[in-house]
Design a protein around this ligand. Structure first.
Ligand code: GLN
Length: 547
């Protein structure tokens, strides 16, 4: 794109139901425009009063996705990064709370020069400032902005007002996409467009009109439905895009581009059409569909009373990282959520872990189920089942090793026992103050930190380089007072942050694969570029024979 071209913006809003795939649709649009050689960035506007997602319960709100610059954001940001293959920053995320906070801070520092500060225009003004800032920082030709929630609720009304004002200012540079749900009631057996018509009407009532509708639903749009959407929602008949449920989300860019969605949006944005180059996606989806053997991964945590559905949302980046790595090895991943509390009550059930090719303990917080996790880690260590511990999974692997190999019976993390006499995982003085003063928002060790890797270690070979940078989100740390003893006994410290001397990675000698990371490698995994540690974990898992 020539330098003088005006930046273009695509807003994505949801209709009818939440959770129908606005995030993946936005991410897929990003992938499509990237394949057309545009520079693309994507933003999420979350209607919550929370300043960031760090204080939200992941079983309610989904995973907290951490950016390199340490922002605690919405899980959709992970989809953008995976589909666009870019690293986003805090400029790509905003919440209602964050916007109000800036406006109030501005007011306190007299930035409004004595004028009355009002919801309109000052809130939409701040929303637009942030959108433009992201466009600038990422030098984007096309900026995709997903507005959380569904049209018609109170929560996102100011974001919609911002779109209206932007459209007034730049009528040729804005496209509005409505991702809507078309239900098929079982007693009727046909797809219904009425709720989508109502969603368009809700948009109309705030001065907006969707240009294009992505019609989610259990089946394809037929001709009649297309005509209805066109007539009753007032859109060009070509501008309804069929988006039925698919097996893998990675098919979505292909399915949408089959209907030429990219060029249709370019037309709305007053840009000439361009060819898309989605060959790699094609090959990737082909690879997914032609997996040869299953790789069974047990994910152990405190899952009692949490359904599979919420778990899938809370650990989406871990799941995706397992998938990317499995597909890389032409294997089909099968995941089981294993409730660690079960092992506390019924230790004989630990044997069931033998059925897995590999076991992961993902990140987590709190005390529930922790003893069960420690037992599970002991079992996989002793039975030589490939193990990957992510954050809490690294900390608890260290505690387990200290207890059962070094014989430090009272070894613990102070998260479990603040008065522990053997604090293998402890809290640094700075964090102690945060905890004492209830300062929980954005006070963890967050974002990218580097680690120097030990030459010749499993992880150094996996990464293929001696220095790495990975994303963090934790409050507690490996206690360096125990480092030498643990390392000497065989749980090697193979990754250390050079500035702080904090332990970043441990790996066990003489085990097919036993690695724990203080960081979250899952955030860096990309569909066509699996994370090296997940890749090697799955490689080891596939070597294991299970009955
Ligand atoms: N609860 C641990 C800590 O705060 C681990 C955090 C995590 O797993 N993300 O340090």
């Amino acid at each position: 794109m020539g330098k003088k071209r005006r930046p273009k913006y695509i807003f994505v809003v949801g209709g009818v139901l939440s959770g129908v795939g606005k995030g993946v649709t936005s991410a897929s649009l990003g992938a499509i425009f990237r394949s057309k050689h545009f520079k693309v960035t994507a933003l999420k506007a979350d209607p919550y009063i929370n300043v960031d997602a760090g204080t939200m319960n992941p079983t309610e709100h989904g995973e907290v996705f951490v950016t390199d610059d340490g922002d605690e954001t919405d899980q959709d940001m992970g989809n953008y990064e995976r589909f666009l293959d870019v690293d986003l920053t805090r400029t790509n995320y905003m919440t209602t709370g964050r916007i109000y906070q800036t406006v109030i801070d501005n007011e306190r520092s007299m930035k409004y020069k004595g004028r009355c500060v009002e919801v309109v225009p000052h809130i939409p003004e701040e929303i637009l400032r942030r959108i433009k800032e992201a466009q600038k920082v990422h030098e984007a030709d096309i900026t995709i902005i997903e507005i959380g929630g569904t049209v018609g609720e109170y929560q996102n009304i100011l974001f919609l007002e911002a779109v209206r004002e932007m459209k007034l200012k730049y009528p040729d540079d804005i496209a509005l996409v409505l991702v809507s749900y078309l239900p098929v009631p079982s007693h009727i057996g046909e797809m219904k467009t009425k709720p989508t018509q109502n969603a368009q009407r809700s948009l109309n009532s705030v001065g907006l009109h969707a240009d294009l509708i992505v019609a989610r639903g259990p089946m394809e749009l037929d001709m009649i439905r297309r005509q209805k959407l066109s007539l009753l929602c007032g859109i060009h008949k070509e501008y309804s895009i069929s988006a039925p449920d698919v097996e893998s989300i990675y098919e979505i860019p292909l399915k949408m581009e089959d209907q030429d969605i990219g060029n249709k949006l370019l037309k709305i944005l007053h840009l000439p059409g361009r060819r898309s180059f989605l060959k790699q996606w094609d090959a990737f989806v082909h690879q997914i569909k032609h997996t040869k053997r299953e790789v069974r991964i047990g994910v152990v945590g405190k899952y009692f009373g949490t359904g599979d559905f919420t778990l899938a949302d809370s650990y989406i980046s871990v799941i995706e990282a397992i998938r990317h790595a499995s597909w890389y090895h032409s294997a089909k991943p099968v995941l089981d959520w294993i409730d660690s509390e079960d092992f506390e009550q019924n230790p004989q059930r630990l044997k069931t872990l033998n059925a897995y090719h590999g076991v992961i303990v993902p990140g987590g917080f709190g005390t529930r189920g922790v003893e069960g996790i420690i037992r599970a880690i002991q079992f996989v260590r002793e039975q030589k089942i490939p193990y990957l511990g992510l954050c809490y999974g690294m900390q608890l692997a260290t505690v387990e090793f200290a207890r059962h190999v070094l014989g430090i019976e009272e070894a613990n993390t102070v998260e479990m026992d603040p008065a522990s006499r053997e604090p293998i995982i402890h809290v640094n003085p700075f964090q102690e103050k945060n905890i004492r003063e209830n300062r929980y928002g954005a006070t963890m060790r967050l974002g990218a930190y580097t680690a120097a890797l030990k030459k010749g270690s499993v992880v150094c070979k996996a990464y293929g380089k001696p220095a790495i940078s990975e994303r963090h989100r934790h409050r507690y740390e490996f206690n360096n007072a125990y480092r030498k003893r643990i390392d000497d006994a065989g749980l090697r410290v193979v990754g250390v942050n050079p500035e702080s001397d904090l332990v970043e990675i441990v790996e066990l000698d003489g085990h097919p694969f036993f690695v724990g990371t203080q960081f979250h490698p899952e955030f860096h995994s990309r569909p066509m570029r699996p994370h090296p540690l997940f890749r090697e974990f799955i490689r080891a898992a596939l070597k294991r024979t299970v009955l």
